[in-house]
Design a protein around this ligand. Structure first.
Ligand code: NAD
Length: 392
C-alpha cells in the first residue's frame, strides 16, 4: 500500500515551465506533484504570454516575485536564492523541450519533462550526458505507467506466468481529431505543425505512451520496425494522424503498434495485449483497475486492483492507494509517478545509490527510446515503409 508517511525532510522546491492557464496538461502535473506533500510549488514561468503566466501564478498562490516571465529569468533568479527551486517540470510544446531541459540541467535542477523528450536521439543523449555530469535526474511523463495493474502486468511477465512472450499488440487510437479541428484549437494546431511538434504527430503524441507500456511490461528490446503513416486530414501532411507499426523484438517476439487521432467514435482505445506461449494479458486505460488474464484452455479471468491475489507492488514506492473495489484512475497513476520522482530526486541529492536503484521510474532512457521510435518510424514510413534496424 502507498505509504503516506514516507515524507522527505522538506518537500522538494518545485517549479513549472508551461502548463499555464487553459493548457491541456498543466493541471495534471500540479495535481500529481502536490498530492502527497513531496513537492512544493514555489515558482513558475507558466505561459508564453508573460502577463497571463504571472497572473496565473499569483492565482495559484505563488509569490509575485517568483512568478516569472520566462524560464531563463526563473532559472537565473532562483539560482541566487538560498531557498531556490530544486526541480522543474516542463509542460510546453515539444519543440522547446530540449532547450528548456538543457537550461534546467545547467542550472542544476532535476527535471520532469513531457514526452516526446526531444526531436532527435542525438539531443536526448546530450541531455542524458548532461544530467549525469550534473548528478541530476530526468523523469519523463509517461503518465499511464503509474497504474498498479500495469505494474501487475509487468510482474506477471517477469515471473513467467505467460510463458515465452510471442506477440504484443499495443494501440492508442482516439477519434478526437477526425476533422480539422486545429483551425480553432491552438493546443492541436502546434501538434500538427512540424516546427513545434517535431517529425511526427500521433506517433510522438500518443504512440510513445503505448510503446512505453510495451517496453515497460515486456522489457523486450525492439530489433527492427516497419511503419506506414497517413495524414487523413491532408493539411496535416507531412505529419501523420494515423500510423501502423510492425515490430520485431530481439529473441523472436513480434508486435504491432497503432497510433491514431482519427479513430472516429473512440475515446482512447489505449490497450496492450501481451501474448505468451501459455497465457495472455490485456490492459485498457479506460478500465485501468482491471487486467484480463487468459490462460489457454481455461475460463478468462479479470484481475482487480487492490486484491490479495496480486503480486505485491513495491519497487521503491507502492502504487496502490486504496483497497480493491474503489476506482483508482488517471490522477493516481500520475501521482504514483511523481512520488517516485520525488524520492528519486531526493536520493540523488543525498547520493544514496541503493535507494535510487530500488526506485523504478520512467527516466531519461525511456525518453530516448520514445524519441527513437519517432525517428525510426519516420525513416521507415518515408522510405516506402521499409524495415529499418531499430538501433543502428
Ligand atoms: P498546450 O498547448 O495546451 O499548453 C502549452 C502551455 O505551454 C501553454 O500554457 C503555453 O503558454 C506554454 N508555453 C509554451 N511555450 C512556453 C515557454 N517557452 N515558456 C513557458 N510556457 C510556455 O499543450 P499541452 O497539450 O499541455 O502539451 C504540452 C506538452 O505536454 C507537450 O509536449 C505534449 O506532448 C505533452 N502532453 C503530455 C500528455 C501526457 O499524458 N503525458 C498529455 C498531453 C500533453
Amino acid at each position: 500500500m502507498f505509504n503516506e508517511e514516507s515524507h522527505l525532510k522538506q518537500p522538494i522546491r518545485w517549479a513549472m515551465v508551461g502548463g499555464g492557464r487553459g493548457s491541456q496538461i498543466g493541471y495534471s502535473h500540479r495535481n500529481a506533484a502536490l498530492r502527497d506533500g513531496l513537492f512544493k510549488l514555489v515558482a513558475g514561468a507558466f505561459d508564453l504570454d508573460a502577463e497571463r503566466g504571472r497572473d496565473f501564478a499569483v492565482n495559484l498562490g505563488i509569490d509575485e516575485e517568483r512568478s516569472y516571465s520566462t524560464y531563463k529569468e526563473m532559472f537565473a533568479q532562483e539560482k541566487l536564492r538560498e531557498d531556490g527551486i530544486q526541480a522543474v517540470s516542463i509542460a510546453t510544446p515539444n519543440s522547446t523541450h530540449f532547450e528548456i531541459c538543457k537550461a534546467a540541467l545547467e542550472a542544476e535542477l532535476h527535471v520532469v519533462c513531457e514526452k516526446p523528450l526531444t526531436f532527435t536521439t542525438a539531443e536526448a543523449y546530450q541531455l542524458q550526458a548532461l544530467a549525469k555530469e550534473k548528478n541530476r535526474l530526468i523523469g519523463v511523463m509517461y503518465g499511464y505507467s503509474g497504474f498498479p495493474m500495469v505494474h501487475q502486468a509487468r510482474e506477471m511477465v517477469r515471473r513467467g506466468d505467460l510463458g515465452d512472450i510471442r506477440i504484443v499488440n499495443a494501440q492508442f487510437a482516439h477519434g478526437f481529431h477526425n476533422e480539422e479541428y486545429e483551425k480553432d484549437d491552438p493546443s492541436l494546431k502546434w501538434r500538427v505543425t512540424p516546427a513545434a511538434s517535431g517529425p511526427t504527430y500521433v506517433i510522438g503524441d500518443i504512440g510513445t505512451h503505448a510503446f512505453y507500456l510495451c517496453e515497460m511490461i515486456t522489457e523486450m528490446e525492439v530489433e527492427s520496425l516497419c511503419c506506414m503513416r497517413q495524414s487523413f486530414i491532408e493539411s496535416r501532411a507531412p505529419l501523420e494522424d494515423n500510423a501502423h507499426v510492425m515490430l520485431k523484438f530481439k529473441g523472436g517476439a513480434v508486435g504491432t503498434l497503432w497510433a491514431s487521432a482519427v479513430n472516429s467514435g473512440s475515446m482512447h482505445q489505449q490497450k496492450i495485449r501481451v501474448v505468451g506461449s501459455k497465457a495472455s494479458i490485456e490492459w485498457w486505460d479506460e478500465f485501468p483497475n482491471q487486467l484480463r488474464y487468459e490462460v489457454q484452455g481455461e475460463a478468462p479471468r479479470i484481475l482487480d486492483r487492490g486484491m490479495g491475489y496480486l503480486y505485491q507492488d513495491d519497487q521503491g514506492v507502492s502504487c496502490n492507494r486504496v483497497g480493491g473495489g474503489h476506482a483508482e484512475g488517471y490522477f493516481e497513476s500520475w501521482a504514483n509517478l511523481y512520488a517516485r520522482f520525488a524520492h528519486a530526486f531526493d536520493a540523488a541529492e543525498r547520493n544514496d545509490q541503493t535507494a535510487l536503484a530500488a526506485i523504478w521510474l520512467p527516466g531519461v532512457e525511456a525518453g530516448i527510446e520514445g524519441t527513437r521510435l519517432c525517428e525510426k518510424c519516420v525513416e521507415s514510413a518515408d522510405n516506402g515503409s521499409q524495415w529499418v534496424n531499430y538501433k543502428d
